[in-house]
Design a binder for this molecule. Structure first.
Ligand code: SF4
Ligand code: SF4
Length: 237
């Protein structure tokens, strides 16, 4: 099987393997052909999120992707490449803190019922692989955009029935946040955990509207044309 790997340039490799994952192939190349090849991996079970990369332009977890002849393997986009297939995810990960994506500490956190735990069960499955930041066209042009997994995490805590004060979280995501998303759904398509950040962002938009916020792009559209529309859809001039 012949594949190419993006290093300083695209490097061809031939491997005598079939029916293997990309991670198995990378390990084989590293141990038998080129010990300098660099990539990240850990659990080998699609749980840790550390082996995310791109194949033929699409984000995958190397441990879960079955390699095909002719595949082109590249590092994630929109993040500095440290070496070969290893990227620096620090900036993307820092958005969790910037977006207040945590539960406000309580003197005594109430217990979460089994039923309420199901509300944000999917969002809790994020493995921080950063595939969604690699695929996001808005993050590609605005590196201050809070981005998919941070906003998913904000929705996780805003929708948590134990969180008493969601105002600060909603306030924080108004700038470089929910209204900058184009709802293109690329983040959903690449997520190995079937999380839809796009849908979570839509939920946050709805919650923001209930707290009196509106889409600033829509508001300026109204200004440009001498008017706009109120929350109930009625024209405001
Ligand atoms: S939301 Fe999905 S794609 Fe994004 S970091 Fe979490 S698991 Fe990865
Ligand atoms: S839906 Fe929004 S967050 Fe997701 S990839 Fe598109 S622009 Fe980015």
């Amino acid at each position: 099987m012949k594949i190419q790997i993006q290093r300083e340039s695209l490097v061809p490799y031939e491997i005598d393997l079939s029916d293997v994952t990309l991670l198995e192939a990378l390990k084989k190349i590293k141990t038998t052909q080129d010990s300098s090849l660099s990539f990240s991996s850990s659990c080998r079970s699609s749980v840790c999120g550390s082996c995310s990369m791109r194949v033929n332009g699409r984000e995958v977890l190397a441990c879960g992707y079955k390699l095909q002849d002719g595949d082109v393997v590249e590092p994630l986009k929109n993040m500095p490449v440290l070496r070969d297939l290893v990227v620096d995810m620090d900036k993307a990960l820092s958005f969790n803190a910037k977006a207040n994506a945590w539960m406000t500490p309580h003197a005594k956190t109430p217990a979460l019922s089994e039923e309420n735990a199901k509300i944000n069960e999917v969002q809790s499955d994020c493995i921080l692989c950063a595939s969604c930041y690699s695929a996001c066209p808005v993050y590609a042009v605005n590196e201050e955009f809070l981005g998919p997994f941070a906003l998913t995490r904000v929705w996780k805590y805003v929708s948590d029935t134990r969180e008493e004060d969601t105002k600060e979280k909603i306030d924080t995501i108004q700038t470089n946040g929910i209204w900058d998303c184009t709802l293109c759904n690329e983040c959903t398509v690449v997520c190995p955990q079937n999380i839809s950040s796009k849908m979570d962002i839509e939920m946050l938009r709805m919650r923001s509207s209930m707290q009196g916020y509106s889409d600033p792009n829509f508001a300026s559209f109204g200004d440009d044309f001498g008017g706009g529309f109120g929350f109930d859809g009625s024209p405001v001039f």
